[in-house]
Design a protein around this ligand. Structure first.
Ligand code: 5GP
Length: 212
C-alpha cells in the first residue's frame, strides 16, 4: 500500500528532557529523526551530521536563500532550521518522520503540513524544569536564565499543540510509549488511509454479486 509517512513535531521547554525521550523512542521504535542545521557551537560529544549540521551563519543564510529549509527560527542567539529534502524524501517513502524543534518552527511546519501532529513535552512542574536545566550542567548560568525566560514566552503557545505529554522524572518510558501510541493512532485515521479505502471499495463494488 502506497502510504505517506506521518510527520510529528516534538517541542518542549529547554530542559524538558526531549533529547533523552527522543533517544529512547528511536532506540525502541522505527522512526526517522530529522537532523537540523544550526549556527550554535557543538556541545562536548556532539558530532556534525549526528546531532546537528553545525554551520556558519553564512552557510545557514545560504540554505535560507536557496529555500532548502522547511522552517527556521532564532533561538537564544542562534539559528536552527529543518532541511527540506530529507523530510520530504522520508515521508514519500512511507517513513514516519519526527522533528524535534522549538515552537516558532513547529507552528510554521503546521502551516505547510496541516496533518502534522504537534506534541509538546513538559516536566510536571516549573521547579523540576529549573532543577533539570541546572543539573544538566551544559550551559552557564546566563544561558540557563535565557532558556527559562524563553520558556516563559513559549508557555503561551502550548495551546496550539495537539497533545501535551508529561515527562515525569524517572518515568521516561511512559513518555516514550505515549508518544508512540499517539503516532500509531494517527495511522488509523481515515485521512491517512485513503488508498486503502479506495482499494477495498473498488474490490467490493466489483464483487456486488457476492461472488465467493
Ligand atoms: P539546543 O541548543 O538545546 O540543541 O536546541 C535549542 C532549541 O532549538 C530546542 O528547543 C530545539 O528543539 C530547537 N531546534 C532544534 N532544531 C531546530 C530546527 O530545525 N528548527 C527549529 N525551529 N528549532 C530547532
Amino acid at each position: 500500500m502506497n502510504r505517506q509517512g506521518v510527520l510529528t513535531v516534538v517541542s518542549g521547554f529547554s530542559g524538558a528532557g526531549k533529547g533523552s525521550v527522543m533517544k529512547s523512542l528511536l532506540k525502541k521504535y522505527n522512526y526517522e529523526l530529522s537532523i537540523s542545521a544550526t549556527t550554535r557551537t557543538p556541545r562536548t560529544g556532539e558530532e556534525h551530521g549526528r546531532e546537528y549540521f553545525f554551520l556558519t551563519r553564512e552557510e545557514f543564510q545560504g540554505m535560507i536563500d536557496k529555500h532548502e529549509l522547511i522552517e527556521w527560527a532564532e533561538y537564544v542567539g542562534n539559528y536552527y532550521g529543518t532541511p527540506k529534502n530529507y523530510v520530504n524524501k522520508q515521508l514519500k517513502s512511507g517513513k514516519d518522520v519526527i522533528l524535534e524543534i522549538e515552537i516558532q518552527g513547529a507552528l510554521k511546519v503546521k502551516e505547510q503540513f496541516p496533518n502534522a501532529i504537534l506534541i509538546f513535552i513538559t516536566p510536571p512542574t516549573t521547579e523540576e524544569l529549573k532543577s533539570r536545566l541546572i543539573g544538566r550542567g551544559t550551559e552557564g548560568i546566563d544561558k540557563i536564565k535565557q532558556r527559562l525566560q524563553r520558556a516563559a514566552d513559549e508557555v503561551i503557545h502550548m495551546d496550539d499543540y495537539d497533545y501535551i505529554v508529561l515527562n515525569k522524572t524517572g518515568k521516561i518510558d511512559e513518555c516514550v510509549e505515549t508518544i508512540h501510541y499517539i503516532i500509531q493512532n494517527e495511522h488509523c485515521k481515515t485521512i491517512n488511509n485513503k488508498n486503502f479505502i479506495n482499494k477495498i471499495q473498488d474490490e467490493l463494488k466489483a464483487n456486488k454479486e457476492g461472488d465467493l
